[in-house]
Design a protein around this ligand. Structure first.
Ligand code: CAA
Length: 401
C-alpha cells in the first residue's frame, strides 16, 4: 500500500491554488453578494489547462490521473464552491462519462474541444418531479428514422446558461420491463432549434455559480449523438454520478480546509479574558474536528481516485466519500461560524459563505438520505454491483483510452 502523492500531484495542487488565488479570491465576495457568475471564468480555466484534467493527451487532455482531478477540485472549492462546480459538471459528469461510454468516433469528435475548453459540457438528469427518484424522469426522446426528437425539461442544471452541450438522459422506451431500462443518453448541443434555458434565481448558496432549467421543444438530435446503446441511459447517468460525486467529495475537503484557514488565525488573535480563544478547549474541539475532517476526507477521495486509476468499480466507495465529506464540510462551516461568533454571521469573514455553500452539497448529486440508504443496502446485501459493458480507461492512459 502506497500513501504518498507524486511530485506531479504536488505541482497540480500548487498550480490550482495559484489559479484560485488569482482568478477567484479577489472578486468572490462581491460576485457572491451580487449573485454574479464570472462570464470569463471558463476561458480562464481553459487557458490554465483545467478543462483537460484527467483526459488523455490523444484527445488534447492534460494526461493527468484521476487523483489530480480530485486535487484540483479540493483547491478550487477552498476558494469557492462555484468554481469547483464547473469542474464537477464539465470534467466529472460530462467528459469522464464520454470517456467511459463514448465510441472511439464519439470520443475523437467530442473530447478534444472539451479538453481544450473551446466547448463546455454539462449534465441533464433531474426533472421537476424526479430528483432522488431519478428512475421516473419524463423527458422523452422519440426515434424517427435516424434521429431522435426530444421533448421535456430538466431542472437544477449547473451551467444551464453557459454550457455548449449537455449529456441528457431521456426516455426512449416507456414500455421497457423496468423504467431504468427504458432510457438513453444523448449529447444535445445548445444551438439545436427548440433548446432553451433559464437561470434559477435566489439560491441560498453557490451564488457566484449558474444553475437553471433547460427545455427541449421538438429538439432533433442525430443517432450519432446517442451515447451508449438504447436502454443504457440510466446506467450512464449513474456512472456519470460516480464521477460527479467524486469531485464533490474532493471539493468538500476544500471547504473544511478553508474553515481551518479562517479559524486558526482568528482563534489565535481574538482574546477573551486576556487569552486567545484558541486556548479554550471547546474551540480546540471544533478545530480538531476540522483537522480530522480534512484527513478523513482526503483518505476517502484519494482512495476513490486510485480506484478510478486502476479500473475498479467504486460506486459504494464514492457514495460513502460524498456523504461523509459533505456532512463534515457542513459541520465545519457551522463550527467556523461558532468560532467567529457574531462576526461569523456577516460577510466580513468568509465563513458565512462556506456555511451557505456547504448546505447545497448535502442535496445535489445524491442527498444525504440517498447515500445513507445506499450504504445500508450494500451492508445488508440488498445492493450489489455487476460488471458494466463500458469502463473508464485506467491510468496511465494507453492507446485504447
Ligand atoms: N453505474 C452503472 N450502473 C448503475 C449504477 C452505477 N453507479 N448504479 C446502478 N446502476 C444500474 C443497476 O445495475 C441497474 O441495472 P439493471 O437494470 O441492469 O439491473 C440499474 O442501474 C438500476 O439501478 P438501481 O436498481 O440501483 O436503481 P434504483 O431505482 O434503486 O435507484 C438510486 C438507485 C441510488 C436511488 C438512484 O436513483 C440515485 O442515485 N438517485 C439520486 C440521483 C441523483 O444523485 N441526482 C443528482 C443529479 S445531478 C446534480 O444534482 C448535479 C447537476 O449539476 C445537474
Amino acid at each position: 500500500m502506497e500513501f504518498t502523492l507524486t511530485q506531479e500531484h504536488d505541482l497540480i495542487r500548487e498550480s490550482a491554488r495559484k489559479f484560485a488565488e488569482t482568478h477567484i479570491l479577489p472578486t468572490i465576495r462581491e460576485r457572491d453578494a451580487k449573485h454574479e457568475p464570472d462570464p470569463d471564468f471558463l476561458k480562464k480555466m481553459a487557458a490554465a489547462g483545467l478543462t483537460g484534467v484527467a483526459l488523455p493527451a490523444k484527445y488534447d487532455g492534460q494526461d493527468t490521473d484521476y487523483i489530480s482531478l480530485g486535487i484540483v477540485c479540493e483547491e478550487l472549492e477552498r476558494a469557492d464552491t462555484s468554481a469547483r462546480v464547473v469542474m464537477s459538471v464539465h470534467s466529472g459528469l460530462h467528459c469522464l462519462t464520454l470517456l467511459q461510454w463514448g465510441t472511439p468516433e464519439q470520443k475523437a469528435r467530442f473530447l478534444p474541444p472539451l479538453a481544450r475548453g473551446e466547448k463546455i459540457g454539462a449534465f441533464g438528469l433531474t426533472e421537476p418531479n424526479a430528483g432522488s427518484d431519478a428512475v421516473h424522469i419524463r423527458t422523452r426522446a422519440e426515434r424517427v428514422g435516424n434521429e431522435y426528437i426530444l421533448n421535456g425539461e430538466k431542472t437544477w442544471i449547473s451551467l444551464s446558461d453557459f454550457a455548449d452541450q449537455f449529456l441528457v438522459i431521456a426516455v426512449t422506451n416507456p414500455n421497457a420491463d423496468s423504467p431504468a431500462r427504458g432510457m438513453s443518453a444523448f449529447i444535445v448541443e445548445r444551438d439545436r432549434p427548440g433548446f432553451s434555458s433559464r437561470p434559477i434565481k435566489g439560491k441560498l448558496g453557490v451564488r457566484a455559480g449558474n444553475t437553471g432549467q433547460i427545455f427541449f421543444e421538438n429538439v432533433r438530435v442525430p443517432e450519432e449523438n446517442r451515447i451508449g446503446e438504447e436502454g443504457e441511459g440510466f446506467k450512464i447517468a449513474m456512472s456519470a454520478l460516480d464521477h460527479g460525486r467524486y469531485t464533490v467529495a474532493a471539493g468538500a475537503v476544500g471547504i473544511i480546509q478553508a474553515c481551518l484557514d479562517a479559524c486558526i488565525p482568528y482563534a489565535n488573535e481574538r482574546t477573551v479574558g486576556g487569552e486567545p480563544i484558541g486556548k479554550k478547549q471547546l474551540v480546540q474541539q471544533m478545530i480538531a474536528n476540522m483537522v480530522a475532517g480534512v484527513d478523513i476526507g482526503r483518505l476517502l477521495y484519494y482512495k476513490v481516485g486510485w480506484m478510478k486509476n486502476v479500473g475498479m468499480r467504486h460506486t459504494r466507495e464514492v457514495s460513502l466519500a460524498k456523504w461523509i465529506n459533505c456532512n463534515n464540510a457542513f459541520q465545519a462551516a457551522h463550527d467556523a461560524i461558532e468560532i467567529h461568533g457574531a462576526y461569523g454571521y456577516c460577510d466580513e469573514f468568509p465563513v458565512e459563505r462556506y456555511f451557505r455553500n456547504s448546505r447545497g452539497a448535502i442535496i445535489y448529486e445524491g442527498t444525504r438520505e440517498i447515500h445513507t440508504l445506499v450504504q445500508a443496502e450494500y451492508a445488508l446485501g440488498y445492493r450489489q454491483d455487476r460488471p458494466l459493458r463500458c469502463t473508464l480507461p485506467t491510468w496511465p492512459f494507453g492507446e485504447d483510452a
